[in-house]
Write a protein that binds this ligand. Structure first.
Ligand code: ZN
Length: 184
């Protein structure tokens, strides 16, 4: 399965590895190898990391806590203490190493440091009152993203992921309706 990095933050992209959460959840992370691939593809995370079963389970626990906290933010509800404990504990772990060269920023570290980084990213997103969190407008997508557009007009998690699909479906619906119009 292809991973999408469209949410505007690694923590939200991780939460987005489960799609269609309310109806028929699809989990793109089925084992440690998936998380290794996700990490290597995620901007700002190490190219190579080894994920064992314990780290994988910890990542899924962190992912679900981050998702629920993001949803609490969107719905204007208080955060749940259990979710806060998961994220705050992960955030207290070892940090990634950061290095700059002519091609840009490089990070390195083990799986635990990756989870620390993601937890800290989630905290920064969730704590910032100026961050506009939204849920994707395509029915069933359920991905949460940061709307940085002017006037907060962004509707979809990603154009390729959802916007084009919704527009194509609307176009087909209009065509069908037009074909049913009496012609004379
Ligand atoms: Zn979407």
């Amino acid at each position: 399965m292809d991973f999408a990095f469209v949410s505007g933050a690694p923590s939200l992209d991780l939460a987005g590895t489960v799609g269609s959460r309310r109806n028929d959840p699809v989990d793109a992370l089925t084992g440690p190898a998936d998380l290794e691939r996700w990490t290597s593809e995620c901007p700002g995370l190490p190219d190579r990391v080894t994920v064992d079963t314990a780290a994988f389970e910890a990542a899924l626990t962190l992912r679900e806590a981050l998702y629920r906290l993001a949803l609490d933010r969107i719905e204007g509800r208080p955060f749940q203490p259990d979710d806060l404990a998961v994220v705050n504990t992960a955030a207290a772990g070892p940090a990634l190493s950061v290095r700059l060269d002519d091609s840009g920023l490089h990070t390195s570290g083990d799986a635990r440091a990756v989870l620390t980084h993601i937890a800290r990213d989630g905290i920064a997103v969730l704590a910032d009152p100026h961050v506009r969190l939204k849920e994707c407008g395509r029915t069933g997508c359920t991905r949460v993203y940061i709307d940085r557009s002017r006037g907060a007009r962004r509707t979809w998690c990603g154009m390729a992921e959802c916007g084009d699909r919704v527009k194509a479906a609307a176009y087909r619906a209009r065509r069908r309706a037009a074909n049913r119009e009496p012609t004379g």
